[in-house]
Design a protein around this ligand. Structure first.
Ligand code: ADP
Ligand code: MG
Length: 731
């Protein structure tokens, strides 16, 4: 066969039908794509597959032995059904064929072994494969074994590939064999010294061994090499980005002795936690250098990130710069304004109201504010009168002009895209860039942080302010225990009578146009509008009930939050706020003690954790009720039980991670793109990521543009092109 390069279309080595199936089913276009489709596992032709380990719904390929073949006429319909029982010696699996008696009898003789592929289903308690595809191990009596069987069983270890219905594993194996025989030696982009230091085989060897291993050891060696490659590629991209950042400049913002920060610290209502103190020092030092700070501040819900951000902003304002605080929702942005004004008191008064000490104006910009107000705030921003500018993504519009932007704080980073972050990071006329501080409550395992946010320094707030209450969380399942929901509402009433506030969270608003049930049987989800009415009329009569959701106007939202935050004794105060997840991030109402989440199974683990973080923030204890109609042993119920079992955000993140693949963590699942990570599992492979990071950093130090490593340069360029935004820097 003619030689081909890795870039050649896969149709150059396999037939047109197979090429089409590879493309349609697996997205494989080139020979290289094919070679990068790695086996999931391997079977030794001597070892039968453990049939008990098969899960229903799984697309499985098993090696098993035929135990019995039984054909009968069907009762309801015309035709025959053939049931072939195969076994691994212990477990059994039934293969079902319709109207294929001749084939089963001729080919599937008792005692023959073969590979069987199909989707596992359960029928009357037994697991089965309906219409599986199969190849049989050549028997001694086969005078002319078919080539497919010969190819499948020729290898010492049979690779089992992630397959599709149209393309069983052994067909992929066959295609691989053709590709490996035809392809030129594959050039190795990994620098020779790194390869030598790690003791790796060449890329060519690794690809050959992973598909046609000589033994188990070779598989491990090949995997180790290819796993490292994945980590290394990413780390080179990140090392390049760090090098780029180091070349950028920013104005140093040196702390002053008698500015806003000093005045604020002198009158601050509570001492800093140890963690706030430590992180504060790290940030203060970053701000004083002439490179832009790029720091990720990670701290669980309620750890006190806002205060850390405020102190950083004050340092910058003291040094003549402005600070922008970016929030993902308008509700949160409005709250930040209220919080900052409350924290600063007279220091946030300017003009005639200003006292004698240092002060600055806090401006607020949002997409839905009135024209006149917006113009005023824009002016205060452009003139520099406002030291602190708070806003939603509206802050990112071209129309917003800062006098001298010195610091950008992004709250709840996981809600923002990279491009948005980048807009604020652009240099000013003198080529100076603002410092950036990115805050998130999503606990990120160290290696994921290293992979996803590898161009950021990381600070962790791992301590809570002292007066945080304890939150008890319970799952309430009215379908099983109808009285419990009524008890929940009684409890809500008691809390309100004791002067506390209650959130009721619903998965939808209820004013959707296409709300008419298209499927009468689909269970409808609770909605803010309906639930608020129902509570007012029936369950919580006499209590003051407000609503909050994303489609309310800006002033309405602000008004609802104000009234919910107001003292219960005030006229117009709200006791119970029925809301969507707009309150999910950051909302801080100290009197809120209780949260009832309806249809809680509609929310993910981290979302529930965020929601729950809204209560028990003012010293007292909290109660969170997760109301659900999900079945007792459904995965959804397991999620709820996990949330009820702990309030430790890191523990919940671990549970969450176990349930999802890393692709999700890295954002690839959402984007629907193929991840460049096939073998590497970022959490498990911490030491590989670490080694790759060291090697990549040292490489970029010596060869920043990869001029001496052209193959690697191309590979890395493709990688950062492909996966850029939401993969490397999670949006
Ligand atoms: P998050 O990290 O979730 O954004 P916040 O910044 O909203 O948390 O802080 C949670 C609550 O703790 C707020 O009410 C805040 O005023 C309070 N808080 C912050 N720091 C301290 C501290 N050092 N001592 C006491 N309370 C604090
Ligand atoms: Mg916050």
């Amino acid at each position: 066969m003619a030689r081909v390069t890795p870039a050649a279309p896969v149709a150059d080595v396999v037939g047109g039908r197979t090429a089409k199936a590879l493309r349609d089913g697996l997205g494989i276009e080139t020979v290289e794509d094919l070679l990068r489709h790695y086996p999931r596992r391997y079977i030794d032709p001597g070892d039968l597959t453990d049939l008990d380990a098969l899960a229903t719904g799984e697309h499985a390929t098993v090696l098993a032995e035929v135990k019995s073949v039984n054909t009968r006429r069907m009762q309801q319909r015309k035709g025959t059904i053939t049931e072939v029982v195969v076994s691994d010696g212990r477990g059994r699996l039934t293969l079902v064929f319709f109207n294929q008696a001749w084939r089963a009898q001729r080919q599937l003789q008792v005692g023959r072994r073969g590979l069987f592929a199909g989707t596992v289903s359960a029928y009357g308690g037994t697991r089965q494969l309906a219409h599986p595809r199969f190849v049989l191990l050549p028997a001694d009596s086969d005078l002319e074994p078919d080539s497919e069987a010969q190819a499948a069983f020729a290898d010492l270890l049979i690779p089992i590939y992630p397959a599709t219905a149209g393309l069983p594993s052994w067909k992929i194996q066959q295609a691989m064999r053709l590709a490996l025989d035809a392809v030129d030696a594959i050039a190795d982009p990994l620098p020779a010294d790194v390869r030598a230091a790690e003791g790796f085989m060449s890329l060519d060897e690794a690809l050959r061994q992973i598909h046609r291993p000589v033994d188990q050891e070779a598989i491990e060696a090949a995997r180790a090499r290819l796993r490292f490659d994945e980590a290394f590629g990413l780390q080179v991209v990140l090392a390049q980005r760090r090098a780029l950042l180091e070349g950028q400049s920013a104005r140093p913002r040196v702390a002053t002795k008698d500015g806003l920060l000093a005045a604020f610290d002198a009158q601050r209502p509570f001492p800093l936690t140890g963690a706030q103190e430590r992180v504060g020092v790290e940030i203060a030092a970053d701000l004083e250098t002439d490179h832009p700070m790029h720091r990720l501040l990670q701290g669980d819900v309620g750890a006190g990130k806002t205060l850390v951000a405020l102190r950083a902003m004050l340092q910058v304002v003291d040094a003549g710069g402005q600070a922008a605080l970016l929030a993902p929702t308008e509700v949160l942005a409005q709250q930040h304004v209220r919080t900052l004004r409350a924290f600063l008191g007279p220091m946030a008064e300017t003009g005639l109201l200003a006292g004698s000490g240092p002060c600055t104006r806090i401006a607020f910009l949002s997409g839905s504010q009135g024209v006149r107000e917006r113009r005023e705030e824009l002016l205060a921003t452009a003139s520099g009168e406002a030291g602190i500018v708070v806003g939603t993504h509206a802050l990112l519009e071209d129309a917003v002009d800062f006098a001298e932007l010195g610091l950008v704080v992004v709250d709840e980073q996981h809600r923002f895209g990279v491009e948005q972050r980048a807009v604020l990071g652009t240099p000013d006329r003198d080529g100076q860039r603002p410092h950036t501080l990115v805050m998130t409550a999503t606990p990120i395992p160290r290696t994921v942080a290293m992979t996803v946010f590898g161009d950021l320094e990381v600070s962790v707030l791992d301590e809570y302010p002292p007066d945080r209450g304890v939150i008890a969380t319970h799952v309430v399942a009215p379908r099983e225990k109808p009285a419990h929901l009524a008890r929940a509402w009684t409890r809500v009433r008691e809390e309100v009578e004791a002067g506390r506030k209650v959130f009721v969270v619903c998965p939808r608003i209820g004013d959707e146009v296409d709300d008419a049930p298209s499927d009468a049987e689909a269970p409808t989800m609770s909605s803010v509008l309906e639930v608020a009415d129902e509570l007012r009329d029936r369950y919580l009569t006499g209590l003051r009930i407000g609503i909050l959701h994303g489609r309310m106007a800006s002033e309405e939202k602000d008004d609802a939050m104000r009234r919910f935050t107001a003292d219960s004794a005030d006229e117009g105060a709200i006791d119970v706020l029925v809301a969507t997840t707009v309150i999910e991030v950051g909302v801080d109402v100290p009197e809120a003690s209780t949260m009832v989440i309806l249809d809680a199974d509609r929310f993910g683990i981290s979302q529930l954790h965020q929601l729950r973080g809204r209560i028990a923030r003012g010293g007292g204890d909290g109660l969170c009720l997760l109301v659900t109609a999900a079945d007792v042993d459904s995965p959804a119920r397991e999620r709820l039980s996990a949330v009820a079992a702990t309030t430790d955000g890191f523990e919940l993140a671990r549970v969450d991670l176990q349930a999802r693949r890393e692709g999700d963590v890295l954002g690839t699942a959402q984007s629907g793109r193929r991840s460049s990570l096939r073998l590497l599992e970022v959490v498990r492979d911490e030491d590989i990521v670490e080694r790759a990071r060291v090697a990549a950093t040292s490489l970029i130090e010596h060869d920043p543009t990869l001029a001496d490593h052209l193959l690697l340069r191309d590979q890395v360029a493709a990688l950062s092109e492909d996966d850029r935004s939401d993969f490397l820097e999670k949006g």
